[in-house]
Design a protein around this ligand. Structure first.
Ligand code: FRU
Length: 473
């Protein structure tokens, strides 16, 4: 399916037709991974939001299910009222799959409506969802949420043994995150909420409205992440939480590339902290996949962990190896002088380990989607330990450079795990850094993978492994 579309990722989730943005409602329910998406089936453009739905038995292969939520008014195409981003929980009493989301109303057409409230829908079969008759479950935003009030994310708080909910907002000066706690009896515990207060706020330097907050315990820390509306960066903060107050200790970018936004976290049945991020942001959605009737792609399932330096790290789940369509080709230990052709493909996994001590080049470059005319470059500078993605020669789409500083590995080995998929690149570095970018090559022949060692000196790889990747469907 989709195989003839040169920009359509093959082993990442994309909509069959139309537009997707944020992943939502992530949960493992009934044993299966559930993925919902902000969705407009009508056109490859944002519009009145539906929730599309897919499920997976292994976290990497997807099967489309019927649309889960539809917008309230579809008679007027200018009325963008819709069901915005939210989360999913298994109701402990009934076992049902419960969605808790933003009901957004376009006040240009409904002047008396509250623009953003929290609503719920429930399903006993995981396919058909009924809106709760008592909606909305949070009917108005607190005063400190004047800039917006959306993207409720429900989570279990083990410090207080209750359900809590964070909602993205802002007060006009800075983005902030609102905290609620569940007050209902167990049969309706996810339907009645009490406002606790502002969990966290910024100083204005990271935007005045924070979207898609997620808050969760991991190891002995708590992680908060959110998207900066305008600028569209995803931030994380690692700190401590006592049931009411979050004390932030470390701030960082969730992903150091340009195309990651609206990340959602969840815990699966195996207890792993997982996340899916939208491989785009609101500045880059205008690029070319739209001509083929679809827009938007979700990241591979990522596992989160606390890095050695205390930051939030991520790596692809191990099930990604199930997506291989053939045997991995190991090139053996490789001393690279000058330029080395690794392969010709646009759908692959490239894993490379560099022996930092044995290399004496100032830098090495990995070019992807490369031909004589264009390429996307990944440049590692040994002295600065910096990794840069450069799309200035990458064809259509955004041109820019993005740099991350990579932690010094204890064993002097730099490891790179690169997922290449038609128009997306996800780079995972051994220290937990992720860099994600979408690229749209101009030429059909731009499928080479090339490695260059700079300055006439050598870069020593322990190994370079290229694995052909198949389909997520
Ligand atoms: C983030 C976001 C959310 C909102 C949704 C609307 O990308 O703006 O805040 O719920 O997209 O589709």
């Amino acid at each position: 399916r989709y195989a003839v579309d040169p920009t359509r990722p093959q082993y990442h989730y994309t909509p069959y037709q139309g537009w997707i943005n944020d992943p939502a409602g992530l949960i493992q329910w009934g044993g299966k991974y559930q993925l919902f998406n902000q969705y407009n089936p009508v056109a490859p453009l944002w519009g009145p939001m539906y929730w599309s739905h897919a499920e997976s038995t292994d976290a990497v292969h997807w099967r489309d299910l019927p649309v889960a939520l539809t917008p309230p008014y579809v008679n007027n195409t200018q009325d963008t009222s819709g069901r915005y981003t939210g989360s999913a929980v298994k109701n402990q009493d009934t076992g049902a799959l419960q969605l808790i989301f933003t009901d957004a109303t376009n006040v240009a057409y409904h002047p008396h409506a509250v623009p953003e409230v929290v609503s719920s829908a429930v399903s006993s079969d995981g396919i058909h969802f009924d809106l709760y008759s008592g909606n909305p479950i949070v009917a108005e935003a607190p005063p400190s949420a004047s800039a917006g009030f959306r993207d409720p994310k429900v989570f279990w708080d083990p410090t207080a043994n209750n359900w809590k909910m964070v909602v993205g907002s802002g007060d006009g000066h800075t983005g902030n995150v609102q905290l609620y706690k569940s007050t209902g009896p167990s049969s309706s515990e996810l339907l009645s909420w009490e406002y606790v207060g502002v969990l966290h706020q910024g100083d204005g330097s990271r935007g005045i409205m924070w979207e898609c907050p997620n808050f969760f315990p991991i190891d002995d820390k708590w992680v908060l992440f959110y998207g900066q509306d305008k600028g569209f960066k995803g931030w994380y903060e690692v700190g401590s939480f006592n049931g009411t107050t979050f004390v932030s200790e470390k701030l960082g970018l969730f992903d150091s590339g340009p195309d990651s936004y609206a990340t959602q976290w969840f815990v699966d049945d195996a207890g792993r902290n997982l996340a899916v991020t939208w491989i785009n942001n609101w500045n880059t959605t205008k690029w070319p996949s739209r001509v083929n009737g679809w827009a938007g792609t979700q990241s591979i399932m990522r596992e989160l962990f606390i890095r050695e330096d205390g930051g939030l790290g991520q790596k692809p789940v191990e099930e990604v190896s199930l997506l291989a369509s053939g045997p991995a080709k190991s090139l053996g230990q490789t001393d690279v002088f000058g330029t080395y052709e690794v392969g010709f493909t646009d759908t692959a996994r490239l894993q490379a380990t560099v022996d930092l001590a044995a290399s004496d080049a100032p830098a090495f470059t990995i070019e992807l989607f490369a031909s004589g005319a264009e390429s996307t470059s990944l440049v590692y500078n040994f002295a600065n330990r910096s990794l840069t993605i450069d799309t200035t020669q990458a064809g259509y789409g955004q041109a820019g450079t993005w740099t991350a500083t990579i932690a010094k590995p204890a064993d002097n080995r730099l490891s790179l795990d690169i997922l290449i998929d038609r128009s997306s690149i996800e780079v995972f570095v051994g220290d937990g850094t992720a860099m994600t970018v979408r690229v749209f090559p101009r030429y059909q022949e731009s499928k080479n993978i090339r490695i260059t060692s700079d300055g006439g000196k050598k870069t020593v790889f322990d190994d370079i492994v290229l694995t052909p990747m198949g389909s997520a469907w």
